[in-house]
Design a protein around this ligand. Structure first.
Ligand code: FES
Length: 207
């Protein structure tokens, strides 16, 4: 019997149907398990194993390899600061320290309220707009330490339901890698990637 909600089970079926073999759905289903419980639990991974018809050990081997699968409680907002080479050369470490200082949350930890988690990240593919930061995997480029502090304060006060890259870029970003041209109205509604099939993406205003 499944521990997941009916809507999550429905999404799991839809995702599995996209693949010729059930086991190929292990990665999206791991995000479903995270969205269901807030982070990956033993129960969630066992559930994924059943859906994909593989062993829990095989599921764990995938979940433990990728840093975006969180096996511990993550705050409502996950702030990831890139400290790889391009960002580091342009002040990524200072941005990271500003985020840690303003939030009171060191790398790899979550505040007591469960609002903010902070982590440093390896290259997030926005080197041209370094230093880059993500909130719930929504990107902000050209961030300064002062803007990083403003970002933390905004998250604490505004507590947006949907975290949107364009809005945060406008408020806290600087030079971008390039003009994306198409406005992005969707955003993330949890500390996992905004991805339509997972149901973790929503338009601003919650529609
Ligand atoms: S080094 Fe930071 S985005 Fe690539």
């Amino acid at each position: 019997m499944s521990h997941w909600s009916e809507s999550t089970q429905e999404r799991a079926r839809e995702i599995i149907d996209l693949y010729p073999q059930k086991r190929s759905a292990v990665m999206p289903l791991l995000y479903l398990a995270m969205a269901e419980e807030g982070h990956l639990t033993e129960t969630g991974m066992e559930e994924v194993a059943r859906w994909c018809e593989i062993t829990p050990a095989q599921v764990l081997s995938v979940a433990s390899f990728y840093t975006m699968y969180k096996r511990e409680r993550t705050g409502k907002y996950l702030i990831s600061c890139c400290t790889s080479i391009s960002c580091m050369l342009l002040g990524g470490d200072e941005v990271m320290h500003a985020v840690e200082d303003e939030s009171g949350v060191p790398h790899g930890e979550t505040d007591e309220e469960g609002l903010l988690s902070v982590e440093h990240a390896e290259c997030i593919g926005a080197c041209g707009g370094a230093p880059a930061v993500q909130v719930n995997y929504e990107l902000i480029e050209g961030v300064t330490p002062d803007k990083a502090r403003d970002l933390v304060t905004w998250l604490k006060k505004a507590r947006p339901v949907v975290v949107n890259t364009d809005e945060m870029q406008e408020l806290f970003g600087g030079r971008r890698s390039f003009d994306w041209a198409i406005p992005e109205t969707d955003g993330a509604i949890g500390p996992f990637p905004a991805f339509q099939p997972l149901g973790t993406v929503e338009s601003e205003g919650g529609e």
